[in-house]
Each structure stands twice: as structure tokens, then as C-alpha cells.
Design a protein around this ligand. Structure first.
Ligand SMILES: Cc1cc2nc3c(=O)[nH]c(=O)nc-3n(C[C@H](O)[C@H](O)[C@H](O)COP(=O)(O)O)c2cc1C
Length: 278
């Protein structure tokens, strides 16, 4: 596809919008002989390996992958900026909350949030995630006790001075009452190769994107979240009854913020410090 500057751009792998002849010829280049290992030879090759050129012919041949028509989002171009801006306005109000109310989470919200998280793209479409929702008070109590034990080690011994200094403006310490006070805690696991699960690719990246969607959906539903990462996280397997090939990655308390909850006074970088146009 031609860009504004007349250069050719790489088409994403799953952009096949219709099963037209043209398109089939294009998708044929994703041929089956591309084993996952050759699809993802290494991080430096990532973007190229994930995409197919629409112009240059490829060496690959073989049966076409099965395709379905794309169901594109149809947003009139005139509304695009406004839609993007209003989503920004919603997301700019998301804050990490560490002080939760005991008010229950309305039915269905957690399920929709996890469904949305599970729409995330993932390396080779392995979907290497598992979301464990804890609401049982006894299990949350055990989670808190185990997490606080690790955190005491972290704050007193494991964390470098530099790390502690970076955390200072957040006012965090080894106490994690939110693991009990939040009505739900979603523990997110990376799913690695095991007896019944395939080898994942770009696991951390995939799970990180899924967690981003999870947080965005919960925020959109009016709920607050905390992205908590006790380290190490092995204790999560026993509490969440997950097998060894699953590795805890995030602990996300969810609920309404406590009345009068306060958050650190943080400033987000302006656009010109986070975006470069070339
Ligand atoms: C990967 C990751 C790990 C984090 N781990 C913790 C954590 O263990 N404890 C905590 O209180 N906050 C944790 N946070 C929350 C950050 O401190 C918070 O996102 C940051 O201070 C910015 O604040 P905001 O989310 O309100 O914009 C984590 C955030 C991320 C993305």
C-alpha cells in the first residue's frame, strides 16, 4: 500500500480483508511451511517477520491459510481525530489506585474485561495468558500474606538504592492491604510450554498488551485498578492453583476507589517527549 510519501509499507499479517484472488495471492505468502521458529527468528527480526511485503514476491509457497472477511471499524475520517481524542480523555483519567472500597463489582464486568484482554494480539497467535480472578476472602488473605513476605525482603534487602529512590514519590512499602480490601484480584499468568500448551512467542509483550486492554476496559467501566508486581512471583501458582508452566506476571486488584482516595501527584510526559515523527 502506498503511503503519503509514495513509499511502500508492510502489510500486517492478518489484514486480509476479503478472500479476493488478489488477496489470496498475497496471503499465500504466509505459507504453512513457516514454522513458528522461522516466523520469529529473534527480536531484531520481529517486525519484518510479522509482516509481508505487498510488492516483493516471497520465497514461501504452500497452502493458503484459511481466511475470513475482515470486519473493519468504519469510522468516518472526519470523526477519527475526535474519536481518538475522546478515548484519550477517558484513558488520561486512569490512575493506579492503592486504596479500595469494599463495594462489590457489578456482575459481568470482570468477564467482559477478561474477554477484551483476550482479544489482544499475541506472537504467533498463541494467546499465552491465563487470568485468575480471586474474590474469596481467605484466598486473598493468603495472597496478601505471601506477597507481603516477598515485599519485606524487597524493600529491606533486594531493592537497590536507586530503585528505592525511584519508588519514593509513590509512597509504596511492604504493606499491601489492597490485596484484601479490593473485592477482586486478577492474577495474570504467562502460559509457557507444557504438557497441554504450546511454546509461546513474545510472551511478555503479548501478555503486557493483554493487561493494557484489561486495565482500559475496567477503567472504562468505572473501576479502579492497581498493577502490582511482587517479585519473585512463584508463590502465586499455589495460591491460584496453576501448573508450573504458568508464571505469574501481574497481580491486579480491582474495585471502586475508597471515598476520598488520593494518588501520587505525577506528571505525564508531553507528546514531544514521547513521540518522534520522521
Ligand atoms: C509493570 C508495572 C509494574 C508495577 N508494579 C507496581 C507494584 O508492584 N506496586 C505498585 O504499587 N505499583 C506498581 N505499578 C504502578 C506504577 O507505579 C504506576 O503505574 C505509575 O506510578 C504511574 O502511575 P499511574 O498508573 O497512576 O499513571 C506498576 C506498573 C507497571 C506498569
Amino acid at each position: 500500500m502506498a503511503t503519503r510519501k509514495g513509499t511502500r509499507r508492510l502489510e500486517p499479517q492478518m489484514s486480509n480483508a476479503s478472500p479476493s484472488l488478489d488477496n489470496r495471492a498475497r496471503t499465500r505468502r504466509y505459507a504453512a511451511p513457516l514454522a513458528p521458529a522461522s516466523l520469529f527468528p529473534g527480536p531484531r527480526m520481529c517486525s519484518a517477520a510479522h509482516m509481508v511485503r505487498t510488492t516483493a514476491p516471497s520465497q514461501n509457497s504452500g497452502p493458503s491459510p484459511r481466511t475470513v472477511p475482515l470486519r473493519p471499524m468504519t469510522v468516518p475520517a472526519a470523526e477519527a481525530e475526535e474519536r481518538a481524542r475522546s478515548f484519550h480523555d477517558v484513558m488520561s483519567r486512569r490512575r493506579t489506585v492503592r486504596d479500595f472500597d469494599s463495594r462489590p463489582i457489578p456482575d459481568g464486568v470482570l468477564e467482559w474485561a477478561v474477554r477484551t484482554a483476550a482479544t489482544a494480539p499475541s506472537g504467533a497467535h498463541v494467546q499465552p495468558w491465563r487470568f485468575v480472578v480471586l474474590t474469596d476472602p481467605e484466598r486473598k488473605r493468603r495472597l496478601r500474606a505471601a506477597a507481603e513476605a516477598e515485599e519485606r525482603e524487597f524493600y529491606s534487602r533486594r531493592a537497590s538504592e536507586e530503585w528505592l529512590a525511584a519508588l519514593a514519590p509513590l509512597g509504596t512499602d511492604a504493606h499491601k492491604p489492597f490485596l484484601e480490601t479490593a473485592p477482586a484480584v486478577i492474577v495474570v499468568f504467562e502460559v509457557h510450554k507444557g504438557p497441554h500448551t504450546p511454546r509461546p512467542y513474545y510472551t511478555k509483550e503479548s501478555v503486557g498488551i493483554a493487561v493494557g486492554l484489561l486495565l482500559a476496559t475496567l477503567h472504562q467501566a468505572g473501576l479502579a485498578t492497581l498493577t502490582h508486581t511482587p517479585s519473585p512471583m512463584r508463590f502465586l501458582n499455589e495460591i491460584c492453583e496453576r501448573p508450573p508452566e504458568e508464571r505469574g506476571a501481574y497481580v491486579v486488584p480491582v474495585g471502586y476507589p475508597a471515598p476520598g482516595a488520593r494518588v501520587p501527584d505525577l506528571v505525564r510526559k508531553p507528546l514531544d517527549q514521547v513521540m518522534t515523527r520522521l
